[in-house]
Write a protein that binds this ligand. Structure first.
Ligand SMILES: [Zn+2]
Length: 325
């Protein structure tokens, strides 16, 4: 465990310890609280002894994402009791249904714009973020990818969702939204966790401002061809203070934008070839004049053809935004 991780867990455990002491003072009759306090103290002792995060059965490391969610864990996934495994499965199913409810509706449209998306976790929950928020005559579109996957990534994803939802209601310019979101994200993550994102603001007249925080190229698809728009800054959560340059583009009636996460580009086929950004660009070119929902379906077909038997290893999200002709 690195010093930063150890410091993080120490802080988290001490926070829980203080809360428990307060709660015990307020509810002296609750005998669950002293038990929890003993578990927190035991975890702090393990941290000082250097055995924190080690499974007590196999002495292998406990999965990092589970430990972030619950620093009191003492066993890896393979060595849970049957009851614990069942409880965990139930929790994951619940988390997945909560996450689904955070997604925008599927038949989304506003003032001449339509949006279509496909959101597919690699496992039960996803670390991809996808949202559409109406504001001030236009709307914000957001697509991102939190580092890692699984439960910890999905928690950061819902954190991003809450952050951007509350910032969007405050009528701030895009640059300010990004600065605030970045600071909040930095404060809430441990070292090494960040998110690549595209956050854009679109208006009924087709004008779009966007920031790409270290994310894969966005494709603007128009009658003139397909134009790749590269990242404009570093990922969210990497540095506490950083600028997020805002870029502009205009979508004429009939134009589309294609956004996606690395679950698409970093897919491998049986021969070991990576799908790559080039294939996404070719797809966009090939389907430049197709309807936005058909473009989305064509992308999904292409993935299936590229790698029919491969197990999905990363969260996958695609979004197509279309300005109606
Ligand atoms: Zn184990």
């Amino acid at each position: 465990m690195t010093t930063a991780e150890s410091t993080y867990f120490q802080t988290e455990l001490e926070l829980r310890r203080n809360r428990l002491i307060e709660a015990t003072r307020d509810n002296p009759a609750d005998d669950n609280l002293p038990q929890l306090l003993a578990s927190v103290d035991a975890a702090l002792s393990r941290l000082h002894a250097g055995t924190f995060g080690i499974c007590e059965t196999c002495h292998d490391t406990i999965e990092a994402d589970r430990l972030i969610c619950d620093p009191l864990l003492r066993f890896c996934l393979d060595h849970l009791s049957t009851d614990e495994q069942r409880a965990l499965e139930k929790d994951l199913v619940l988390a997945a249904s909560i996450q689904k409810r955070l997604l925008p509706r599927q038949d989304w449209s506003i003032d001449g714009w339509r949006a279509f998306y496909h959101y597919q976790p690699a496992n039960v929950v996803s670390g991809d973020y996808c949202d559409l928020i109406e504001n001030d005559g236009g709307f914000l579109f957001l697509l991102g990818d939190v580092s890692g996957k699984g439960v910890a990534a999905s928690m950061l994803m819902s954190h991003l969702h809450a952050t951007f939802r509350s910032l969007a209601g405050q009528n701030l310019p895009l640059q300010k939204i990004m600065e605030h979101a970045n600071r909040l994200f930095c404060e809430s993550t441990i070292a090494g966790q960040f998110a690549t994102m595209i956050v854009g603001s679109a208006n009924p007249d087709g004008k779009v401002s966007y920031v790409s925080a270290g994310h894969l190229p966005l494709f603007h698809i128009s009658a003139a061809g397909v134009c790749a728009r590269e990242a404009t800054g570093v990922p969210l959560g990497m540095f506490g203070t950083t600028n997020f340059p805002v870029c502009q583009l205009t979508l004429r009636p009939g134009d589309k934008m294609l956004l996606y996460t690395d679950g698409l580009t970093e897919m491998f086929n049986a021969a070991g070839d990576e799908f790559g950004v080039g294939r996404v660009q070719s797809l966009a070119k090939k389907h430049a004049s197709t309807e936005p929902d058909a473009l989305l379906r064509a992308c999904l077909d292409e993935i299936r053809n590229f790698s029919p038997t491969a197990k999905q290893t990363d969260d996958l999200t695609l979004m197509v935004l279309h300005r109606a002709a």
